[in-house]
Design a protein around this ligand. Structure first.
Ligand SMILES: [Zn+2]
Length: 243
């Protein structure tokens, strides 16, 4: 079950994978920025920190992944030309994080936990050895295989590994603090303030506006998204329910 992190690092580099990715909402991302690293849902909860509700929360608890940190080996928005369902803020992290000190146990899922069933066993959910993973993994195509750091109780540090934060532009305007404002501009400002006021140093980390292909579906998807969901995805806690 446990995958050797050095083997995984070497393999990803051989496949041309230089970065891993984690997508989330803006509100939860600000919690990560203030903590100096990615946190599992369980760790955020235990520490009384803020995170937006995800539709996968119930499944995460049922299948014992509530304390795990998830990483993708691809930018799923760019791979599928659609929004990332976990949120519009994408942390782009050097694959070298797999060699970081005190890395929790690394597992690789065979599929997304939201598709798991209670009849299945752990062997159905996770690769049992690294060779089995290598046989099915296709760089730039595989997305079901998620790297998970099991049972984490502290942040997975950004320092030295977080290279860039990519932010979607939903091309929407909403009433924010009694004025009609561009959601992207507001979201960018919140993220930037969060980084500037954090106890951690993000001077070398840029926030980049996502650049999509003209045929990307994200624009249509964001236009069709309910205002309350846009608020949850792009605004900080205090503004999520404000109108
Ligand atoms: Zn797009």
């Amino acid at each position: 079950m446990v995958i050797n992190n050095e083997q995984a690092h070497k393999f990803f580099l051989e496949q041309g994978i230089t970065h891993l990715f984690h997508a989330n909402t803006l509100g939860t991302s600000c919690t990560f920025i203030n903590a100096g690293g990615l946190l599992s849902r369980g760790c955020v909860e235990r520490n009384g920190l803020f995170q937006t509700v995800q539709s996968s929360d119930t499944a995460d608890k049922t299948f014992d992944v509530w304390n795990d940190i998830f990483l993708d080996s691809a930018d799923l928005h760019s791979l599928f030309n659609r929004i990332n369902f976990y949120g519009p803020v994408l942390f782009k992290i050097k694959v070298d994080i797999l060699l970081s000190e005190n890395l929790p146990e690394l597992y690789v899922t065979k599929s997304n936990p939201r598709d798991w069933t209670v009849q299945e066993t752990k062997n159905d959910h996770y690769f049992t050895n690294f060779d089995a993973f290598k046989r099915v993994y296709k760089p730039g195509k595989s997305f079901q295989e998620m790297l998970t750091l099991k049972n984490t109780f502290s942040p997975l540090p950004f320092e030295g590994y977080l290279e860039e934060i990519i932010l979607d532009n939903p091309q929407r305007s909403l009433m924010i603090n009694s004025a009609y404002k561009d959601v992207y501009q507001e979201s960018y400002t919140i993220l930037k303030n969060c980084m500037d006021n954090s106890p951690y140093n993000y001077n070398n980390v840029n926030i980049t506006t996502r650049n999509c292909w003209p045929f990307c579906n994200c624009d249509d998807m964001y236009q069709e998204t309910f205002e309350s969901t846009i608020r949850k995805l792009f605004l900080k806690r205090a503004l999520i329910t404000n109108t």
